[in-house]
Design a protein around this ligand. Structure first.
Ligand code: DGL
Length: 270
């Protein structure tokens, strides 16, 4: 069974990692990172929609089903149209885990961090509205974290990352918050940095940092069970990583993020 994963870059690997390590995903995986066009969150929406379409078409053409759009930005821009276009393919989207936070927020506030595109999309605004938590939620763009995550020397830039996070968080009285929702799949790479900053600027805060990886992975495993034919051979630990532009940074970072997993890099050049 060919499972497609798609993100603008490395962020979707945080979802793939969760699915492999904690949900037992064990199929032939095709991970497509759009290295040519990353980051999406600060670009023109019409342009981003076009490249998302090309990328999903690639995964469909090589026979992936289901396809996980492991990217909040791509999901909020295009998932409805893609589902309409590919009716026979299961397309699993990614949404900020606002509901998880809303179910447990105990009248405290929720800070949602995502890309600029995601925070202004109706999809997220409607979600917040429907959960009746509009007045308790702050939506904030944190695009620079995507660039940090994609940089070859990301692991050496912890201090810069934390300065950036501090600049964002210092605007809020963190004691009033119960959750920070990481609404971009790149952001979970910085959970420890978030914790360090919270500890430094507001040690008395009691904040859960949540993301959507678990929910998406569970969803994916359910669909695999439904779609799987009984006699289908399992293709153990084969992960083909495909990018739209050769990128040394991507290769190095992907190996760091997925560490022990068997990665085979292939390049699709558009
Ligand atoms: N990982 C992405 C997301 O979840 C996209 C980040 C970007 O390319 O700006 O939104």
């Amino acid at each position: 069974m060919k499972i497609g994963f798609f993100d603008s870059g490395l962020g979707g690997l945080t979802v793939l990692k969760e699915a492999i390590e904690n949900e037992g995903l064990n199929e032939e995986i095709y991970y497509l990172g759009d290295t040519k066009n990353t980051p999406y969150g600060t670009k023109e929406e019409s342009f981003v929609k076009e490249v998302i379409e090309d990328n999903i078409k690639y995964l469909v053409d090589i026979g992936c089903n289901p396809i996980v759009i492991a990217c909040n930005t791509a999901t909020c821009l295009s998932v409805n149209e893609l589902r309409e276009k590919y009716k026979d393919i299961v397309i699993i989207g990614t949404e900020p885990a606002v509901k998880v936070a809303a179910d447990a927020h105990m009248n405290k506030r929720i800070l949602v961090l995502a890309t600029s595109i995601t925070v202004r999309q109706e999809k997220l605004l409607n979600l917040v509205e429907n959960l009746h938590i509009k007045n308790e939620v702050d939506l904030v763009a944190a695009d620079k974290l995507v660039r940090f995550a994609e940089s070859i020397d990301c692991n050496e830039r912890g201090q810069e990352v934390e300065e950036y996070i501090k600049d964002i968080l210092k605007e809020y009285d963190l004691k009033e918050y119960s959750h920070i929702v990481l609404g971009c799949t790149h952001f979970p790479l910085f959970v420890q940095n978030f914790k360090n900053v919270i500890n430094e600027i507001c040690p008395e805060a009691n904040i859960d940092i949540v993301d959507g990886a678990k929910g998406i992975s569970k969803n994916l495993m359910n669909y695999i069970n439904i779609l799987k034919k009984e006699d289908e051979v399992v293709n153990k630990n084969v992960i083909k990583v495909i990018t739209t532009k050769e990128s040394e940074a991507f290769e190095i970072r992907a190996k760091q993020i997925l560490n022990e997993h068997n990665l085979k890099f292939e390049y699709k050049l558009q």
